[in-house]
Ligand binder design. Sequence first.
Ligand code: SAH
Ligand code: SF4
Ligand code: F3S
Length: 567
Amino acid sequence: MTSRHLPVLDLAPPAVAPDGPRPAAAAADARVAEFRPVDQALPRFWVWTLGCQMNKSDSEEMAGRLLATGCAEAPGMEAADLIVINTCAIREAAEAKVIGRQGALAALKAANPALRVVLTGCAVRERDRAGLRRRFPAVDLFLRPDEEPELVERLGLASAQGPVGLGSGNGAPNPPGSAVAPRTAATTVVKGVAVSAADHLAGSRADAVASGAVRRESAVAAWLPIIYGCDKTCTYCIVPFSRGPERSRPFDEVVDEARALAAAGYREITLLGQNVNSYGHDLPAEARFAHVAEARRAGRQIDRASRPDLAELIRAIDALRGPDGGLAVPRLRFITSHPWDLSDRLVDAMAEAPSVCAALHLPVQSGDDEVLHRMGRQYSIAHYEERLGRIRGAIPGIAVSTDVIVGFCGETEAQFASTLRLLETIRYEQVFAAAYSPRPGTPATRLPDDVPAAVKKERLNRLLALQEEIGFARNRERLGSVASVLVDTLERPRGHDHAEEGGEPPPPTLAGRDPFAAPLPDGWVRLAGRSRENRLVHLAGPAAIVGSIVDVRIEAVGPYSLRGVLA
Ligand code: SAH
Ligand code: SF4
Ligand code: F3S
């Protein structure tokens, strides 16, 4: 075969102007002018993300899909021609934040008639489609969480630069020009009413990953969704109505994504799901998982025989090796674990897999069995404490954090006092607490929301004050110890007058000798990262260590963070 010489065009790279308006579609070389995409067809986008890590991860995928289509990211919401709002609906305040911005969005649309606003995330529930227009009048397109992979197609952007996203489900990207047929969705039905459609997410995530259409916020630590939706029936919770039933991603697909992340240099992976302990029960049985023989009662009997579970997944990711033969993923985390489904198999895997960090988020919600029963949480405090005892026995020094709801329907002062006592006995490293907020359509709306707002607030303040003391005491125990820190943040330079420079104010109380009291050595900057126990650690060092795992001697602590120097 003879080789043919093709004319080589010396094309200038595209002009990059992240802050200004996009360059006109003038071709860098006149000979290829006709092949340039039509510039105005590609909006500059801005994604506004509220809510939990699952939303952050979903937003990374939406931004990635838009970038892969050829859209550029706007430097801010005001400069965008496409605003994607990824909403949270967990409490009324989260939705109110977006409702409160409708006027400002309408003003932006008046100034820029090309502007389109897409609203997605947990505020978009099938049952409530009609109410969406009224509550979010500035929005042009509503997408349920399971419809997010269709964003590019639904905006008519797909054909501009070739297909992204929705593929055949076999992991391969679509062939250029192929028509994309959205897969039909399974549906969650509650009392004969469709509340949420199951989605194509589990299939299309692999396509997005394979085609590079995930724009990760960090180059160091990555989110990795493993299961979508939630099959629990916590009576206060909107999530099952927003995100539909549980759908696990195929085992090998998750391991492949972890392997690719490791190869791309990621040091930490957090496996995501509303209840990661449910992972795998909906996947097909396979001979290679024949040793998994666990049944589970989760409101209904779930047969886990021969199906992968989180323990298998953790072990498989832990077994990945880098070129040097060491752990390919040095740090592995997962959220969130429902206490009822936390199996011995998982505890053993956590204890035996060196990559698994010594930190566990185990939401308790209340310290009182009656309240837990009304919340539909399935476990008792005795069960919770038994599970925690087992974990602490297996992984000494593990840091445990939790979520608490105060002022749930019918919560008495005595029942609230039980929650405070539980915090004192368990001594969590961190507690995320909020006042109960009734969510439309959830079972708890049939119970009277009878704890007055002022009482909820007062209980919340008491709980937070107690936890501040406990967290501070916990952190003081770490004074003088050496923490292994994955440095992921370059902090804004600031002087001693923190507030004036717009940085975080210094913690009100600090125990130990503050390593930042004296000027930093030349060439050093302020950095931050997380210890394996998931403690926020501030440190000083050369900027080049961002992305590295370093040993830090803890010299000062506050209630919410630690400060140290390179050991
Ligand atoms: N799937 C996770 C949590 C999802 S929501 C889990 O089961 O733990 C995160 C937290 O929000 C919950 O743990 C709960 O503490 C809180 N939350 C959920 N619904 C709420 C409501 N209606 N009012 C106040 N807090 C709520
Ligand atoms: Fe909500 Fe309960 Fe599911 Fe968590 S486990 S998402 S609190 S229903
Ligand atoms: Fe909010 Fe939805 Fe997460 S309601 S907390 S964004 S799952």
